[in-house]
Design a binder for this molecule. Structure first.
Ligand code: TXA
Ligand code: MG
Length: 331
């Protein structure tokens, strides 16, 4: 991929013609940003090592951080991975949808080693978004797709966010409007022992546990230990501004990210509410867009209201803590 910053990446309508053009780009080893129901993904042919290498380069993502392969359904997923009873139950309950399953690699898998960062497991998701599904079908192969932002940045929930981060570095952007859910998929590992939650996301832990009928442990990331999900670095989703969490009042030079109208003070003109009615689904859908908008105010600090810990609040708080972590800190 050339690095000429003056080269603009075409942003095209996700109609039949757009999908066909995008699928041709993917089959030729190119990179296409596509909407999903969670965030925009940067898609590449998951079976092609060279396409996946180009993807890591465009995102400036370390190649030790494996990618999610997007497929149409559980049947396609089971061609790539070995699903135990728990993985099957979760796929039946939530696919197509915002759940990623990490399972042992199948000997039949065509997914490139590089997409898996050499691991013996693979992450799979069958998205529900109509455009993503049409693109997977037209490409005729699993699509590796991390969030379509530069590594470490806030995930994109609109085509304009993708353009702001990756213009000139990728081949095409399919515009599907703002994404419905706004936070990434929930990741659950089913690796032959009890399922583990690797990442809070758009499907709540409560819903996962209800589908399985038992409690699920979150994989604790402890300093020094190799994380099971290598992408879960402490500092991630990083805006330029510093975040001050659990704020009740803001100083006159702070931007404000409110929830339910509880946070007073702050700089005039740099105040957004994730959900004036304190609705967590609405807050999740707005989170990354509001962080980008407040970051653009140029203020050094964003004061953030407390967010409840239950349901989608777990994913929102997880992203806020990562956005607030000191830069370069890795767990
Ligand atoms: O909603 C989403 O999941 C979006 C959309 C585009 O599908 N994708 C996304 O991808 O968030 P990404 O690359 O930003 O996050 C994938 C996460 C990383 O934390 C990575 O370490 C983890 O999945 N992962 C991938 N393969 C894994 C594996 N075999 N074992 C453990 N973790 C894995
Ligand atoms: Mg990401």
């Amino acid at each position: 991929m050339n690095e000429d910053s003056t080269r603009r990446t075409p942003l095209i309508a996700a109609d039949g013609e757009g999908i066909a053009r995008a699928a041709a780009v993917l089959r030729a080893g190119g990179l296409v940003a596509m909407p999903t129901e969670t965030v925009y993904g940067l898609a590449a042919d998951a079976t092609s090592a060279s396409a996946v290498a180009a993807l890591y380069a465009a995102k400036q993502r370390p190649a030790i951080n494996p990618l999610i392969a997007h497929v149409l359904d559980a049947e396609a997923a089971m061609g790539e991975a070995v699903f135990d009873a728990n993985a099957r139950a979760l796929a039946a309950a939530f696919w197509p949808g915002a759940l990623t399953l990490v399972a042992p690699l199948s000997p039949r898998s065509r997914i490139s080693d590089l997409a898996r960062a050499g691991l013996g497991s693979v992450a799979l998701r069958a998205p529900s978004n109509r455009i993503a599904r049409a693109l997977i079908a037209a490409a005729g192969r699993p699509l590796a797709a991390p969030s379509a932002n530069r590594s470490g940045r806030v995930s994109p929930t609109t085509a304009a966010h993708v353009l702001a981060d990756l213009d000139g570095r990728i081949d095409l952007i399919l515009d599907g409007g703002p994404t419905r859910l706004g936070v990434e998929s929930t990741i659950v590992a089913c690796l032959g022992r009890a399922p583990r939650l690797l990442r809070h996301g758009a499907i709540s832990l409560e819903a996962i546990e209800a589908a399985l009928g038992f409690a699920v442990e979150a994989e604790e990331l402890t300093a020094g230990a190799a994380p099971l999900s290598p992408g879960l670095l402490a500092s991630h989703y990083a805006p330029r501004a510093r975040l001050r969490l659990e704020a009740r009042t803001a100083a006159p030079d702070e931007a404000v990210l409110d929830f339910g109208g509880v946070l007073s003070g702050g700089a005039p003109g740099a105040r957004l509410d994730l959900s004036p009615m304190a609705d967590l689904a609405e807050a999740a859908a707005r989170l990354f867009g509001h962080l980008r908008a407040l970051d653009a105010s140029g203020l050094a600090t964003i004061a953030v209201a407390p967010i409840p810990a239950h349901g989608l609040g777990a994913a929102i708080n997880d992203r806020l803590r990562r956005a607030a972590a000191p830069r370069g800190t890795e767990l």
